[in-house]
Structures are given as C-alpha cells and as structure tokens.
Write a protein that binds this ligand. Structure first.
Ligand SMILES: [Zn+2]
Length: 270
C-alpha cells in the first residue's frame, strides 16, 4: 500500500509516528498551520512557527525519507485579534517561495464570528493575489453546516477563486454535498472521538464517489491517530473495494489536488 497524508500536524508528533507512517506506506506528508493548543500572542511567535514548518519539520521528516510540505496562515481560533491577524498575514508572503509551501491553510471558521470571516476573506485575498492553493478548516458539530455555507458563499462571491484549487476539509454527512456540488474538493478527517470514523468515511465514498475527495488523519496534539488513513484503506478493502480504488482514494487523489502546486513533487517524479 502507498498513500499520501495530506493533513497532519507533525510538529506535535513523535519520531515513532513518523516511523509508523513510513512503514505503513506513507509517501509524503502535508502540514497545515494550526492552533498550537494555546494562543500565540505576537507576530514573532508565528514567524518562528512558520520557520518550524518550512525548515525544521521538513528536516525531521527527511530523516525518515518522507517528503514534508506545509500550508501557512493564522488559524481561525486566533483570528479574533484583528490587529495580530493582520500582522501575521503580512509576513506570510516572505515564506510563500519556500520550496515546501503549497498554499494558504488551514484557514476557515471556528465559531462563525464576524472577525473570523473578515480574517478568512483576507487570507483568500492573499491566496488569490499570489496564485496559491487553499485548504479550509470547517467548524465543529452544530456550527459546521452554517460555517461551511458561509465559507462556500464567500468563496463563490470572489471571481478570482477557482473551486478546483480549494479543498474544504472536515466534511461530514451534512456538509459533503454542499461542498462537492459547488465544485470544491472535500476532505474527510478521520478522528477516533469526533469528526469522522473510517466506516462513515467509506459510506460517504460509496454515496458520493471519489472524484474530488480525500481522507486525512489531521493528527495533532490531541487524541488522534497518525495511521488513520491506512486504517480506513483497510476498511475499504474489507468492504470489497478493489486495491486500485483504494490507491486512487489515498494516493492518486491527493496527488491530483496537491500537484496543482508546482512544488508538490515526490522523489522520482518529474
Ligand atoms: Zn488541522
């Protein structure tokens, strides 16, 4: 088996996790900028974090032969401070040319507040001006459908944004159609306690097809499973999906989306 982990917060994970992922067939890992579990209070904190994502973590992954890519932003959880958010967005262009940076993410909404939406739109503008791919986080539970709708409407109103260059992550049964029908890619996040189980993800693959869909573990500092993607692949096989179908879902699909950034290259590819 081979797979891409398109959304994992590796700065929170151990070297054992890297080893287990590579052993399971992981060919590349992509790390969106995320909330650290606590609020950072200065632009310098984000500057250091972006250095970690573009310098230190790729080196750590390379020790296991794993290509590491990153996405940059200020997370919606820290977007209530508009002054700080503006300062952080202003330093992002300094990092966009770094060789492992794929785009802007994971931006989005957390509580669907006015400030979050304003910061979301600033990030989308930044991505549009710099021709970057976009990776989007959607809110939890009861806020998810409303937040996803706000995000889709905002993106559709910006004529510069091509839906095929945007992935809206953490979709569930009540949001996946909304995302796919608008032409965006959708990500299913596999979590042991919240979000989506492997069984529910495979149900959605069977219901909605595989054309613009990927799965990720989003493993971070909380309860999460770095091997969630290969485990979901096992669930697909147990339910009778062909090996080729599984490969399309966990390897070829992420490459199709991420390959739109000229920087996403695997060793041995052109
Ligand atoms: Zn994440």
């Amino acid at each position: 088996m081979r797979y891409i982990e398109p959304h994992a917060h590796m700065v929170s994970r151990t070297t054992d996790d890297y080893l287990a992922m590579v052993t399971a067939g992981c060919q590349a890992v992509c790390e969106p900028a995320f909330w650290a579990g606590f609020d950072r209070h200065s632009v310098d904190g984000f500057y250091d974090y972006f250095c970690q994502l573009t310098e230190h973590e790729p080196n750590r992954a390379a020790k296991f032969g794993l290509p590491h890519f990153a996405w940059l932003c200020i997370n919606p959880k820290e977007a209530e401070d508009l002054k700080l958010a503006g300062e952080v967005i202003d330093i992002i262009p300094r990092f966009l040319d770094r060789p492992n940076v794929l785009g802007i993410g994971e931006i989005g909404l957390n509580k669907n507040s006015r400030n979050e939406l304003a910061v979301f739109e600033k990030h989308v503008d930044l991505a549009a001006r710099h021709g970057q791919l976009i990776l989007i986080h959607t809110p939890h539970l009861e806020d998810k459908r409303k937040g996803t709708k706000l995000i889709v409407d905002s993106l559709k109103s910006d004529g510069r944004i091509k839906p095929g260059r945007v992935i809206i992550d953490h979709v569930e049964e009540h949001t996946i159609e909304l995302v796919l029908d608008a032409g965006f890619w959708a990500g299913m996040t596999l979590y042991p306690e919240s979000k989506c189980t492997a069984a529910r993800a495979v149900d959605m693959i069977e219901l909605y097809g595989r054309e613009r869909l990927w799965m990720n573990s989003a493993c971070d500092w909380g309860v999460s499973v770095p091997l969630a993607v290969p485990r979901a692949a096992l669930e697909m096989r147990q339910r009778g999906h062909a090996a080729e179908t599984v490969d399309e879902m966990i390897y070829q699909n992420p490459i199709r989306f991420l390959g739109q950034s000229g920087k996403f290259k695997l060793p041995g590819s052109q």
